[in-house]
Design a protein around this ligand. Structure first.
Ligand code: PMP
Length: 391
């Protein structure tokens, strides 16, 4: 039986850049210890009080179908938090609760794009983006950002492709680069979205993880709230990746359509997960800082380890749980370096090439192992790069 084009070409074919990751997992399975600095998963688990609240809710009977748009309590909590953090008045009518940010990204593109429409996104990018866009039968178009700009996008580069596009997907704080978009960058993007009548899909799942500067949601810029769909999630901010709870924030008429869309796709998020999410959000910002603290600490470790050498460059690492390292001075591609590092020293990092073409000659390092292990792995990486550069 023939499958649809959509489903059989979702990843676009070719290598998906995860070879190093798969090789590392095989080494581990065959008994070789590997320090894995690959995927974006905290090294802590969901906090016990959140799980206790989830348990209480489930035992209390919140195990049936939940309201498709999300519970009133969670929509209100997310709306109040958004109003408070961004200054944009937000009510439950602006909020759809989704099974994670990933599903919110899919829903947002379904709302913005018809089949065949061009959907823009920025390279380097989070691995699922082009497939998510293909999933709604839109056409993904990557726009390169530049290492020399620390991967802050230039509005002029985007404008060159905006003519026939319907949407632009951005992500700050950024996975994989750790870059936090400046006010100037975001204003440039807002201006071009208005000039070219683009939907802006703003993936802000790392918005509580800021190590330098501050997070600005572009929905708060003048004229943007009616054309911006914000993607949020409990995954990164509250170490609840497995709970699958996220949201889309947008104009009420868009949310109304997305509720209908959710009725025909996900049918909502389990009630006990939503109750636990309300509980988690009510712990306030001190709790969010606690979840992010290990990454802040490890970023400082990285700055110390990388200071005083000039073979491995560090993209500023302003936010999120990743470092982007420039290893072009070794003369190797990110892919060759990552493979060689894994073979020689059993340290697994992601080649920059896994995230598009703009981060070629770079490595993404997830800061997701204990401080001491992290420091040793980085030292190993630096010494390895130095030995290669020295020939
Ligand atoms: N956006 C970005 C940039 C991510 O890194 C991730 C997860 N790694 C997601 C969205 C999706 O996260 P979730 O579905 O767990 O909310």
């Amino acid at each position: 039986m023939a499958l649809s084009q959509r489903i059989s070409t979702l990843t676009g074919g070719g290598s998906d850049g995860w070879d190093v990751f798969i090789k590392a997992r095989k080494m581990i399975a065959s008994g070789t210890p590997v320090t894995e600095l690959t995927i974006g998963e905290h090294d802590i688990r969901t906090a016990a009080p959140i799980l206790q609240d989830m348990h209480k809710s489930a035992l209390g009977g919140h195990t049936g179908y939940a309201m498709v748009p999300g519970t009133d309590a969670l929509r209100d909590t997310v709306a109040a938090r958004t109003s408070q953090r961004t200054g944009v008045p937000t009510t439950r009518d602006n909020v759809l609760i989704t099974p994670g940010g990933q599903s919110a990204l899919f829903a947002a593109h379904a709302a913005a794009c018809d089949p065949g429409d061009t959907a823009l996104y920025l390279d380097p990018y989070y691995a699922t983006y082009p497939g998510t866009i293909r999933g709604v039968s839109a056409v993904p178009k990557a726009i390169q950002t530049r290492a020399e700009d620390a991967f802050q996008p230039r509005a002029s580069d985007i404008a060159a492709h905006a003519q026939d596009a319907k949407s632009l997907l951005i992500n700050s704080p950024n996975n994989p680069t750790g870059t936090v978009y400046s006010q100037e960058t975001l204003q440039g993007i807002a201006d071009l979205c208005q000039a070219h009548d683009l939907w802006l899909i703003s993936d802000e799942v790392y918005d509580t993880q800021i190590w330098e500067g501050s997070h600005l949601s572009p929905r708060a810029l003048p004229g943007m709230s009616e054309r911006t769909l914000v993607i949020g999630s409990m995954s990164k901010s509250h170490a609840m990746t497995g709970s699958r709870c996220g949201w889309v924030i947008g104009p009420p008429e868009v949310i109304n359509h997305l509720i209908t869309f959710a009725t025909h796709t996900t049918y909502g998020v389990p009630g006990f997960i939503q109750d636990a999410s309300v509980f988690a959000l009510n712990q306030g910002s001190a709790f969010e800082e606690e979840v992010g603290a290990p990454f802040r600490r490890r970023r400082d470790i990285a700055r110390r380890v990388l200071a005083g050498q000039n073979i491995v460059g560090l993209i500023p690492a302003q936010g999120a749980m990743y470092l982007m390292l420039d290893i072009r001075a070794t003369g190797m591609s990110g892919e060759d370096f990552a493979n060689a590092l894994l073979d020689a020293h059993h340290v697994a990092v992601m080649p920059g090439e896994s995230f598009g073409t703009a981060a070629a000659g770079h490595l993404r390092v997830a800061m997701t192992v204990a401080d001491e292990v992290f420091e040793n792995a980085l030292l190993t990486l630096v010494h390895f790069a130095e030995s290669i550069a020295a020939g």
